[in-house]
Design a protein around this ligand. Structure first.
Ligand SMILES: *Cc1c(COP(=O)(O)O)cnc(C)c1O
Length: 361
């Protein structure tokens, strides 16, 4: 491990694999014999085009993305997609949203500016502690799409099933779980994610879209948001986020070296299980999420006392376990254990929690 490196449990931007950081460092000043840094390179250069093409090809391999889906490398975060989605996909002006947390709610609020938005289910009354079951979804068969947030970063919940939306395309925000588990892309019309949690540094947004869904944009849409234009120009209608795309390539190669997403999923399940098993046995810390809806990526927990929570976060930081404070909407603590968090980080956290409980219990 790099000297002085901590375990950073930040929800995002978050840890990158150490081997990727070392590789970036080694290549930073002179990329592949070009005599310049990748940071300085034109996105239209042959050398950069190779990086870009390799990134796209690796994404397709790693996520097993079918040929009739396009991958876009964009900017503006998942938040810009909250507006891009209705502006592109509202063919007839109506969409269904399932509200399972803060980001799902923000996505619905943004879409409401552009059309008829129906909330097909909301977990707000239960403080978003579980994902609604299929029979609780009040879906409209004539909606243009159904929007879900597949992993709820703040509340620590995750869809344990893919909802059946009939012929209505399913659109999923996967910002905090993309590349963490195997997903059947063909079940979705569109998948999108900000990169800064599981893919790359901040400044890149990935959109994976079924080709036939593009081309129906509102005529007033800003051109950089129009999926058809972006597809036609291979994500280079304007300058893409060149450096994060390069890091994305290195992260995808790291996943392939590990044995692909199926292997990563096993590791992620083992990491999450270690933490949830401890929480279930603890008399001090509790996790409020229903068992079937627990996230593999964001684990929330708290003690009975705000003072004790604050003390925990401070004492953990002194041990090199950083950024464990929960989101202000939930309070308590949150451990984000994305792909790049080593198993050792989780084990160290669990041991620290057990010691803290003994001392303060
Ligand atoms: C972080 C996050 C967002 C916001 O992403 P930005 O890149 O900041 O726009 C949206 N949705 C989910 C699920 C997130 O985790």
């Amino acid at each position: 491990m790099l000297e002085n490196r901590v375990y950073n449990f930040s929800a995002g931007p978050s840890m990158l694999p150490e081997s990727v950081l070392t590789k970036i460092q080694g290549e930073l000043l002179n990329y592949n014999g070009s005599g310049m840094s990748i940071l300085e390179m034109s996105h239209r250069s042959k050398t950069y085009q190779e990086v870009f093409d390799a990134t796209e090809a690796a994404f397709r391999r790693v996520m097993k993305i079918p040929d009739n889906y396009k991958i876009l490398f964009l900017q503006g975060g998942a938040t810009l997609q909250f507006a891009s989605i209705p502006l592109n996909l509202m063919k007839t002006g109506k969409a269904d949203y399932i509200v399972t947390g803060s980001f799902a709610k923000k996505a619905a609020a943004e879409a409401k500016k552009y059309g008829d938005v129906h909330i097909a289910a909301t977990g707000e009354a239960e403080n978003f502690t579980r994902i609604p079951r299929q029979e609780e979804l009040n879906l409209r068969p004539d909606a243009d799409y159904v929007h879900i947030c597949f992993n709820n970063t703040i509340y620590g919940t995750h869809w344990d099933y893919i909802p059946d939306t009939g012929n209505v395309p399913l659109v999923a925000d996967m910002s905090s779980c993309i590349l963490s588990e195997e997903v059947d892309v063909s079940k979705f019309g569109m998948i999108y994610a900000g990169a800064q949690k599981n893919i790359a540094p901040a400044g890149l947004t990935i959109v994976i879209i079924r080709e036939d869904l593009a081309g129906y944009a509102n005529e007033k849409i800003p051109v950089v948001m129009d999926y058809a234009t972006l597809i036609k120009n291979d994500s280079m209608y304007n300058t893409p986020s060149t450096f994060p795309i390069y890091v994305c390539k290195l992260v995808l190669e790291w996943i392939e070296e590990l044995g692909g997403i199926s292997e990563l999923e096993k590791i992620n399940k083992a990491k999450a299980k270690e933490l949830y098993d401890f929480l279930d046995s603890s008399k001090m810390f509790v996790n409020p999420v229903s068992a079937e809806s627990r996230s593999l990526m964001n684990v929330t927990f708290k003690t009975e006392s705000d003072d004790l929570n604050a003390e925990f976060v401070k004492a953990a930081a002194a041990e090199g376990l950083l950024t464990l404070k929960g989101h202000r909407a939930v309070g308590g603590m949150r451990a984000s254990i994305y792909n790049a968090m080593p198993r050792e980080g989780v084990t160290k956290l669990v041991k620290f929690m057990a010691d803290f409980e003994k001392k303060n219990g």
